[in-house]
Design a binder for this molecule. Sequence first.
Ligand code: PLP
Length: 396
Amino acid sequence: MNSTSKIYSYGRQTIDQDDIDAVVEVLKGDWLTQGPYVKKFEDALAAKLGAEYVTAVSNGTAGLHLIGLALGWQKGDIVLTTPITFLASANCILYCSATPDFVDIDPVSYTIDINKLEQKLKDYKVAGKKVKAVVAVDYAGHPCDWKNLKRLAEEFSFQLVNDNCHALGAEIHGDITYAVKYADVVNLSFHPVKHITTGEGGAVLTNNCELDEKIKILRTHGIVKDNSKFIMQNSELIGPWYFEMQELGFNYRITDFQCALGISQLKKLDYFVSKRNEIANFYDETFNNDERFIIPNVQKNLKHGYHLYPLQIKFENLKISKKGYFEKMRENNIGLQVHYIPIHLQPYYKNNFGFKEKDYATAESFYEREVSIPIYPTLQNEDIKYIVDKIKELAF
Ligand SMILES: *Cc1c(COP(=O)(O)O)cnc(C)c1O
């Protein structure tokens, strides 16, 4: 037992008095839901991430759903993603009745394998089929090979989505605005384990005006409110109450007080990301020259966001099983996690789409070894020392 009896998980939020004050201030005002802070938060995200258009939504999964709808995915469309991601990256394909398929991960970056993607695109082409879109995930906070993804998107003309939920604050060549530059549309989540939080929450970023307009309409029931658009035959306005529903939309709105929290959190993003990088550097140094472990690789031109620290443990060489290791760590107040069970192995995907074991070998062997160890800004030096001691001590 550690001296303070703290319980560690792989991730958690950082909330301070500024955040609390910001929320309380909005709660005392007139607007709880669609007030001025939604737009303010969207503008702050747009400025930070270099996006022309931002739509804040109720959660990241809702954002992905709206992206699929706005991109026009429908029955028969093939949309690709990787098996090593949160379910929502693939489920959004199903929400639109499109057909999901997977591309294995690269064994070094753990993101979509560019060569395997290219091969799959060629195979589909030879079969006379077109891939509608690719949902690429900056897994753990490591940006994908976006330059090559963009090249393939142009060559094979598919839509490119960045599920960027792990990588807020990551950079390519020092550029924090890379996501919206390469992808047609970018998705963020503000769940408490992510870099910044609004409780539940998410945002969709794009430089495409038309796409943004669709997403904003679909966020609120498909309602078009701009009264000046609706004119009677005698060219009079119908009336101030009038609106039209032109698409089937949803209520995927976020509240004003959540957005106040988001604005306050976003101011601390750089600090959060640098704390995560400090902790990761310490882990790297600790586990790098130890045969039992494989540390996550970071390409030189990148800044990793470290939503996760995916440590691979070679359980095949140890006496302790992965299950036993998790239990022992739990007894020592360290809650590990696994990111992720490969999606193609989920019963729903196996039963409905015929995926099976060995379909994506790299993803499956990564899953065997992967352990997400605690990484979040409020971990103190003594916490991290305690955690690494236990990780090493119990890996026998
Ligand atoms: C967190 C996450 C989402 C969305 O999650 P919500 O909990 O709905 O906000 C989507 N994709 C990935 C990769 C995620 O990590």
